[in-house]
Design a protein around this ligand. Structure first.
Ligand SMILES: Nc1nc2c(ncn2[C@@H]2O[C@H](COP(=O)(O)OP(=O)(O)OP(=O)(O)O)[C@@H](O)[C@H]2O)c(=O)[nH]1
Length: 372
């Protein structure tokens, strides 16, 4: 009878551990999808999954304990099932829910160790602990928790032996359970470590791709795509707070001639040095972007038309002072700029169109100037 019970519990335990491994693996597959990556969402899913499984398992075990005339075990399991149900309801407070699930599990496991559970098979359940802990806590916190839990289990076995609370048969069972637990914990820890490393790599790759998608590779300035997002944000804030901002649309003068006279490489170098000069000339909260070709769009948050004109003037002066130098050749770049202060009632497209018109006015008026 005891043998059958032992096998049944062992099988149930294995099924449980495999289920947890499966869930962790499916989480990892989902995490591979860079667009859908969200640690927090996955964590919530894991915590909710564990609390529901915990509730179902402990509730079924409680019914079983009552039917086998073991009311104390039955009550303990019922209390535990109640705590799991409560943890499930804490879905949004994910940390609180995770801590509740874990410590409820530890208490129940320690009780099973000390009391022996049903006919001395209680300790078999402790193998659930390491995969649940790592999935919920992560590698570092999980390892600390598992070590503390293991020490408590060893203390539990010593206490049962010393005070004869439960007489384990065969006598070697506690030692074997502890050794197997350590092996399972090490394997789970190793798996969690590779999973975390893999996730870190994916996150780094995702950030790199995101950066590449928003940065112009020649000048290292944000690209047009990034600037469109920035402008949308500025317009949104402007509409809410009425705080003005300015856009400068700048075009390099006679750039075709520079390319023709000095070569394309020199032209590239000129654009790179121009980008550096722009970054130096604008305030820290300003954003200079490469709008396309030899055109640059600069956004100046919390800035009036007059302040924008001062900054545009600074840009003209900076370019006059710092010539582009390469292959022993040196030339002064000049820019024509269209300046627009954003209005609440205008759209981003309208602001850019107006800046473009003003830029061409600057070209018509003889270049190397700002029109607003
Ligand atoms: N070297 C280099 N040249 C570029 C790049 N992008 C655009 N250009 C060149 O910039 C030049 C722009 O010429 P235009 O549109 O005629 O303008 P411009 O010569 O500056 O004349 P204005 O705008 O009237 O002052 C073209 O010859 C493009 O090939 C780039 O990334 N590198």
């Amino acid at each position: 009878m005891l043998n059958a019970l032992f096998k049944y519990k062992l099988a149930a335990n294995l099924l449980f551990v495999n289920l947890l491994a499966g869930l962790t693996a499916s989480t990892q597959i989902k995490n591979n999808n860079m667009n859908a990556y969200s640690d927090n969402k996955e964590r919530k899913l894991i915590v909710r999954f564990f609390s529901s499984i915990g509730f179902i398992a402990t509730f079924a075990m409680a019914c079983n304990a009552f039917s086998h005339a073991d009311p104390i075990l039955g009550i303990m399991l019922l209390v535990s099932a109640g705590v799991y149900a409560w943890a499930f309801s804490l879905y949004r407070a994910v940390e609180k829910s995770a801590t509740t699930i874990l410590y409820n599990l530890y208490c129940l496991m320690l009780y099973l160790v000390v009391s022996g559970g049903a006919e001395g098979t209680g300790p078999i359940w402790i193998f659930i602990v390491s995969p649940v802990t790592y999935s919920v806590r992560g590698l570092k916190k999980g390892t600390v928790d598992i070590i503390l839990f293991l020490l408590a289990v060893i203390a539990g076995f010593i206490i049962t032996d010393k005070f004869n609370i439960y007489d384990y048969q065969p006598e070697q069972l506690p030692l074997r359970v502890v050794i197997s637990f350590i092996i399972v914990a090490l394997l789970s820890g190793f798996y969690e470590r590779s999973r975390e490393k893999y996730n870190e790599k994916i996150m780094a790759l995702s950030q790199k791709n995101e950066r590449l998608a928003t940065i112009d590779h020649l000048t290292d300035l944000p690209n047009r795509r990034f600037m469109m997002k920035e402008l949308a944000e500025l317009k949104h804030v402007h509409k809410k707070t009425k705080q003005p901002y300015v856009i400068l649309l700048a075009d390099v003068d006679n750039f075709k001639r520079i390319n023709d006279n000095y070569g394309h490489d020199f032209g590239d170098e000129a654009l790179t040095q121009l980008a550096t000069a722009l970054k130096k000339s604008i305030p820290e909260q300003g954003v200079a972007s490469r709008w396309g070709g030899e055109e640059f769009l600069i956004a100046l948050p919390s800035c009036t038309k007059e302040q924008g004109q001062t900054i545009a003037e600074k840009i003209h002066q900076q370019l006059q002072k710092n010539h582009v130098r390469m292959y022993g050749k040196s030339i002064a770049l000049t820019l024509s700029i269209g300046l627009v202060e954003s209005q609440v009632e205008t759209s981003i497209a309208q602001d850019i169109k107006l800046a473009d018109e003003l830029l061409y006015k600057a070209k018509e008026q003889g270049k190397n100037r700002t029109c607003s």
